[in-house]
Design a protein around this ligand. Structure first.
Ligand code: NAD
Length: 244
């Protein structure tokens, strides 16, 4: 018996990287899982988190297919680079639309179903950028800082309805996203080395390590954990090691 036996989960951005690892980890532990993504995947449900009608349709499709919904993982997200001066209003709105409002739309559509669950949980995927000041990440950091604050507010609103809301904050993780970022760098190897050196444990975080933290927060065994932000960043947020 897996701890998620009988539970149904929807994972946004489940077609790639961290989301795909979360889908696999929840399935391994017995959950029935739908990946909600703009990219179609086997056993997935097509959904664009920037489109309210598409999100509502996808959540209904998950409930029709599996008979309910217990766990939502709000993982879909996009990146943005630059200082506060570098992006225009349209870019700010585009990134906030995915990274912040995407979570709002999915959670809003899911709440009526989660209220009927015996083990309801929402896990949002934040970032080290929510908790540390990183250069050239003004817009992305603002979007993830909002996710951290939204997580706490949602946790307070829904705890007494039996719905726990928590957040994971990954450090730089080895996903196709970072692959694309490295491909664009002048010297990809040096860029990768710099990203690895930035994390106290000296390497990128694996998507499976992030998935493991999501599994913990989503688990029916974690019923006293609400409003938490769990760092999965090799110590980047809290540790100060001496240089090697
Ligand atoms: N990779 C990292 O270093 C890192 C670090 C901290 C936080 N994160 C966060 O983790 C999450 C996943 O990142 P990843 O590295 O796995 O990225 P990724 O690019 O590999 O995967 C993201 C997935 O989200 C989907 N997606 C994008 N826009 C969407 C939309 N409008 N509707 C539905 N799906 C959409 C994409 O199709 C893709 O499958 C993001 O929220 C990201 O901010 C990543």
């Amino acid at each position: 018996m897996g701890e998620f036996d009988g539970l149904v989960a929807a994972v946004t951005g489940g077609a790639s990287g961290i989301g795909a690892a979360i889908v696999a980890a929840l399935r391994e532990r017995g959950a029935r899982v739908a990946a909600l993504d703009v990219t179609e995947v086997e056993d997935g449900v097509r959904a664009d988190v920037t489109d309210d009608a598409s999100v509502r349709q996808a959540i209904s499709a998950v409930v029709d297919r599996f008979g309910g919904l217990d766990i939502v993982v709000n993982n879909a997200g996009i990146g943005a680079q630059g200082t506060v001066a570098d992006n225009d209003d349209a870019e700010w709105l585009r990134v906030l639309d995915v990274n912040l409002l995407g979570m709002v739309r999915v959670s809003r559509a899911a709440l009526p179903h989660l209220r009927r669950s015996r083990a309801a949980a929402i896990v949002n995927v934040g970032s080290i950028a929510a908790t540390a000041g990183l250069p050239q990440r003004a817009l992305y950091s603002a979007s993830k800082g909002a996710v951290a604050a939204l997580t706490r507010a949602m946790a307070a609103d829904h705890l007494r309805e039996g719905i726990r809301v928590n957040c994971v904050h990954p450090g730089t993780a080895d996903t196709p996203w970072i692959g694309r970022l490295l491909d664009r760098a002048e010297d990809p190897e040096a860029e990768r080395a710099a990203l690895e050196a930035r994390q106290p444990h000296g390497r990128l975080v694996s998507p499976q390590e992030v998935a493991h933290a999501v599994v913990y927060l989503a688990s029916p065994l974690a019923t006293s954990t609400a409003g938490a932000g769990l760092a999965v960043d090799g110590g980047m947020q809290d540790l100060r090691l001496r240089p090697r």
